[in-house]
Design a protein around this ligand. Structure first.
Ligand code: PRX
Length: 654
């Protein structure tokens, strides 16, 4: 039995004007999709995308699971996101309000953004970059970052944005895997009043070797800080675009043309290059802006994600521009100059639609407990009309605080469940239809055939927890893993489930009464720290690459603020250290991981032992490590454990 929880009905004021108004409208769309799946998606794709050449075939399943959507249609994503608004008379509408780290803001209209993107695109073309080439974007949050993505889309180059917090080594791996011809970066980034390097990390990455495909490094001057410049390879963005024409004819591409590759962590091996299409992806980015966020012409929308993650792709670079919205693009961090920054920015720009991560909410709750001056009640948040969350489950307490203290009980909250691979929202309340239940992402969007199955792929009855799957392909789904179609099949359409169910990698349970989904967390070895996805294996590989380390195992530990934190169990080649020495080595290893992967992968806690708990066949017993990390007593059967004494030693941090 699942417990029945209090539901918050949608507010009548919202229902009246919502794009999907009331459950009957939601049910009607679901029924349409059930009746004629292809017809449903074809209708939406015709209504929401400007096609250069209309498609005649909606879904091609001949080479499943390598599905093709709108295959013979041709379009350009940047045309859809920019030119359309110029034609529709919205040229002077603000596209981006850039909120810099220091609190200064700049407004960029659709006309200006279009011109910036066209010049950028012409600049790329002048360097010989063309359709099908891969371009790495290693930038901070900026108008130029968004323009770089749109410029690639305009000429049909496939971009791969690498989050500015990743290390030189992570960047190098992605450059090599993508076979990138160029890297677009900035001299430095500004975050929380600090200057952080970008260009010098690109230099370091290229110096690591294997990156011969890279011919150009294009540098946006953000801070004016001193950087190295390699003649013939490096060029300033402002110089590149200075003499470029302000118009650039879009490159019309097939609907399946890869718009971007975005690397994300899996349970095994190196990060996977998730490949997305142009047509299907754009459709869902635009449509979910209208359905989940109920975006309206007068809205000021703000998504606090970074363009380095998928949320910054679908809900900053593409979704908002596709629907002609005005959005805030934020360079800084939530705690600078103080933890009231989000609320102050909402008040100053009259933000109506605010989308952030549960981690940020939890840390701001804590901050306002410590310093009441930064509590949202001190700011004028009356412009807000809708709130959203993404990236991890939101605990009901944080939901209630967001609802009452930020939204003043007048803003629906959309708890949007989705993934890098899904391209856009999958399961989320609709603000003008779905009664909300704190902590539940509620119901799949119309046309998304989500279900819960057991390990053999059998659908489970409501109330029983199992694995979340999607039964039918949908337009914005991952197309393949770049360079690795076999891994794509094995990861997402495993044979054990019959080979035709998309496996999300999350556990979920559906309520017996409401049919609502609640995500219970990853079922694989993927961690979610502050909404950032990381593979335990990646961190383990980084640790064992250190000359001091013999063996390492990494698990997630529940954390009240970050959702999960990283706990590493390490066996050194030398005798197991204790006291000061252990702390010193732990510090060294944490810095090592930051250098290997990036600061976000630093273990919060490191524990040393003479060995790891293993079965007689030598398999590390991770479930025991998870118990130890939590600090719980070991109550499980440890009879298969080869070395029970090790548990005591591993129960305390260094
Ligand atoms: O575990 C789920 C969690 O984040 C994972 C996807 O991570 P990533 O690909 O980095 O994309 C994050 C932004 C879409 C999922 O497999 N997740 C994401 N949103 C939610 C969530 N878990 C619970 N509730 C959510 N709303």
């Amino acid at each position: 039995m699942t417990e029945q929880r209090t539901a918050f009905p949608p507010l009548p004021s919202f229902v009246d004007q919502a794009t999907i108004s009331g459950m009957a409208a939601y049910d009607a769309l679901c029924a349409e999709a059930a009746r004629d799946y292809e017809g449903y998606w074809a209708r939406l794709a015709r209504e929401h995308i400007a096609w250069k050449q209309p498609f005649s075939r909606t879904l091609d399943e001949d080479d499943a699971p390598f599905y093709k959507w709108f295959g013979d249609g041709r379009l350009n994503v940047s045309y859809n996101c920019l030119d359309r608004h110029l034609i529709d008379g919205n040229a002077d509408k603000t596209a981006i309000i850039f909120e810099a780290d220091d609190g200064m803001s700049t407004h960029v209209s659709y006309r200006e953004l279009h011109e910036k993107v066209c010049k950028f695109a012409n600049g790329l073309k002048s360097r010989g970059i063309k359709k099908g080439d891969r371009v790495i974007i290693y930038m901070s949050m900026s108008v130029e970052g968004v323009a770089a993505m749109q410029a690639c889309a305009r000429i049909g180059a496939t971009h791969s944005v690498v989050f500015g917090g990743f290390s030189a080594k992570s960047l190098q791996e992605r450059i090599i895997d993508a076979g990138a011809v160029a890297v677009i970066t900035a001299d430095e980034q500004l975050r929380g009043g600090k200057r952080l390097p970008l260009k010098s990390i690109v230099d370091e990455a290229l110096a690591l070797g294997g990156c011969d495909s890279v011919k150009d490094v294009i540098v946006y001057r953000r801070t004016g800080g001193t950087i190295g410049f390699e003649a013939g390879r490096d060029l300033w963005l402002h110089e590149l675009v200075a003499s470029q024409p302000a118009k650039c004819e879009p490159e019309w591409v097939d609907a399946e043309h890869p718009l971007f590759i975005l690397y994300t962590s899996g349970s095994t091996g190196t990060p996977k290059g998730v490949q997305h299409s142009s047509g299907g992806y754009l459709l869902w980015a635009a449509l979910t802006m209208k359905w989940s966020f109920d975006i309206k012409p007068g809205d000021v929308y703000w998504c606090t994600a970074d363009i380095g993650w998928v949320t910054g792709h679908s809900y900053i670079a593409y979704g908002p521009t596709a629907v002609g919205a005005t959005q805030v693009v934020f360079e800084g961090i939530p705690t600078f100059p103080n933890a009231g920054r989000f609320w102050d920015t909402i008040a100053r720009h009259k933000v109506s639609t605010f989308y952030t991560a549960p981690t940020a909410i939890r840390s701001l709750i804590k901050a306002s407990d410590v310093d009441p001056k930064v509590h949202p009640k001190n700011y004028d948040l009356s412009s807000l009309r809708l709130l959203g969350t993404v990236g991890e489950p939101i605990n009901p307490e944080a939901w209630m605080w967001y609802y009452t203290q930020v939204g003043g009980e007048k803003c629906p909250i959309v708890d949007t469940f989705w993934q890098t691979e899904t391209g856009g929202h999958m399961i989320t309340p609709l603000p003008g239809a779905t009664p909300m239940v704190p902590g539940s992402c509620t119901l799949p969007l119309p046309g998304i055939m989500a279900a819960i199955v057991d390990e053999a792929g059998n659908e489970l009855a409501d109330g029983q927890g199992g694995m979340l799957v999607v039964k039918r392909p949908w337009p914005s789904m991952i197309r393949t893993i770049w360079n690795n179609p076999e891994r794509f099949k094995a990861s997402y359409f495993p044979a054990e489930l019959g080979g035709n169910l998309y496996l999300a990698g999350d556990g979920a349970i559906r309520d017996e009464h409401s049919g609502y989904f609640t995500i219970t967390g990853r079922i694989d070895d993927v961690l979610n720290v502050s909404g950032h996805r990381m593979g335990t294996m990646e961190i383990e590989s980084a640790l064992v690459a250190n000359p001091l380390v013999a063996e390492a195992a990494v698990v997630g530990k529940p954390d009240a603020t970050t959702g999960e934190s990283i706990c590493a169990f390490v066996v050194l080649k030398q005798a197991t250290p204790s006291g000061e020495e252990a702390r010193k080595i732990a510090l060294e290893l944490r810095d090592w991981v930051a250098k290997e992967i990036g600061p976000i992968a630093k273990p919060k806690e490191i524990r040393f032992g003479d060995n790891l708990p293993k079965t007689r066949s030598g398999k590390i017993m991770r479930r025991l490590l998870r118990v130890l990390a939590k600090g719980d007593p070991v109550t499980q059967d440890v009879s298969t454990l080869e070395n029970p004494a090790i548990l005591d030693q591993l129960s305390t941090p260094a």
